[in-house]
Design a protein around this ligand. Sequence first.
Ligand SMILES: [Zn+2]
Ligand SMILES: [Zn+2]
Length: 178
Amino acid sequence: MLAFNVAQLLKEPTGASREYEIEENIEGLDEEIHPAGPLKGKVTFLHAGRYNILVTGTLEVPLHLNCSRCLEAVVKTIRVKLEEEFKATIDVETGASLHWGETVERCNLINSSHILDLTEVIRQNIIVNIPMRVLCKPDCAGLCPYCGHNLNLGPCECKREEIDPRWMPLKKLLEAQI
Ligand SMILES: [Zn+2]
Ligand SMILES: [Zn+2]
């Protein structure tokens, strides 16, 4: 569950806080995110001013990725650090509507039922933390540029044909003598 009712916390004095353990299956959260296990971590909700809840925490999720060199499947755990301020849209005491205009992102608003939903900020944070380059191992040999063979599995046929172009005249000369 990534949505939390914060009505009670908003009624408590500034400085009050809650801690939540998160363990959530995020399959289907985004087509760019391919989880290999649940999102896990701990978040703290701090009542940081009359209408404000500051959410901090660190979450981890293992993702299915592909090695940038050999394209083999790799599972890498990525870490997401949250530090997000959420604002109430209803005054919990009076029931009056609050309007923040352009000053607050839509995903950082607590809804009119006092539900603070972390789903969208977590989705955005995971997307920006997906590494551009991953390797299956530090010395991944990659693919042969000629035949596409995975060179981690051993050399391919093309390797033997490769010859330093500077030796070509000599090779021709030797062949002519045979
Ligand atoms: Zn690789
Ligand atoms: Zn090859």
